[in-house]
Design a protein around this ligand. Structure first.
Ligand SMILES: [Zn+2]
Length: 275
């Protein structure tokens, strides 16, 4: 018995020594990168996002309820708000509502980059209205945040990307690598006519990206899984941050339908921090 106890004690000491060794020799694998200088963002950007939220580009449960007027209105809003982008990147309209912009790079030997986003949002269930802290489609700016359905998922991506593009175009900037902006219109219901059609279009043009920036791991890439993006767009995917209040990650709740809902617990749509 005493022998067994001694053996266990020795094993425990070895284990502790091992842990201590690992802890002391542990080093971070984080790449060290120097931050880019902070860019002055025009105050109008926040109003643009607020306005984008007010346009009800809803992907309804029942396709019969699809409101094409809202999507046309949204495209008009983008055209007017980002005139240089409209002119220079001449978005290709795919399946009437999805948009694919091409920003020609100066070095055509380099593979392009794809920045993804989606124009649609999920509906707001009538019975959850009382749980909202702001009107879902009000686009209110209060307490330093922009509130509403789509504030984070995913009008923040659309407006953020276009604000940056318009600003850089104004400065006469041309990227070295070609950049595609791919904005689907039905991501919340599976992306069949948006992201999938964009993928097919890029395939027919024989375009393979160096990497893709997408705001969530799966659904931005519909159909179904991130591998479709890997295979069709590029080898690497970077996820743009979608962290919300107090660093909590938005709660992704898969409802009994295609697509998903990106709600905070309590059905409060995550507010985007005021830009
Ligand atoms: Zn989304």
């Amino acid at each position: 018995m005493k022998k067994l106890f001694t053996v266990l004690l020795v094993l425990l000491l070895v284990f502790i020594a091992f842990l201590a060794f690992r802890t002391l020799t542990f080093s971070s694998r984080q790449h060290s990168v120097s931050p880019v200088p902070k860019t002055a963002v025009s105050d109008s950007a926040k109003f643009h996002l607020a306005k984008a939220i007010r346009i009800k580009t809803i992907s309804p449960e029942d396709p019969q309820d699809f409101d094409s007027v809202a999507f046309h209105q949204f495209r008009n809003f983008l055209q007017k708000t980002y005139p240089l982008t409209q002119e220079k990147l001449a978005p290709k309209v795919i399946n009437e509502f999805s948009l694919l912009y091409k920003w020609q790079g100066s070095d055509t030997r380099l593979k392009p980059v794809i920045l993804m986003g989606h124009l649609d949002v999920v509906p707001v269930a009538e019975e959850t209205l009382k749980e909202w802290k702001a009107t879902p489609f009000g686009g209110e700016i209060k307490h330093g945040h922009i509130w509403g359905r789509g504030a984070i998922d995913d009008k923040m991506s659309i407006i953020g990307i276009l604000e940056a593009t318009e600003m850089l175009l104004k400065q006469g900037f041309q990227p070295k690598r070609t950049i595609y902006l791919a904005f689907g219109h039905d991501e919340e219901v599976g992306g069949k006519y948006g992201a999938q059609a964009i993928v097919k279009h890029l395939q027919t043009e024989n375009i393979q990206a160096e990497f893709v920036v997408c705001h969530h791991p799966k659904t931005g890439s519909r159909p179904g899984n991130r591998r479709s993006v890997d295979r069709n767009f590029g080898e690497r995917i970077y996820l743009a941050g979608t962290y919300g209040q107090r660093g909590r990650r938005p709660f992704f709740h898969a409802a009994k339908r295609n697509g998903h809902r990106c709600n905070f617990p309590g059905n409060i749509q995550a507010p985007a921090k005021t830009i």
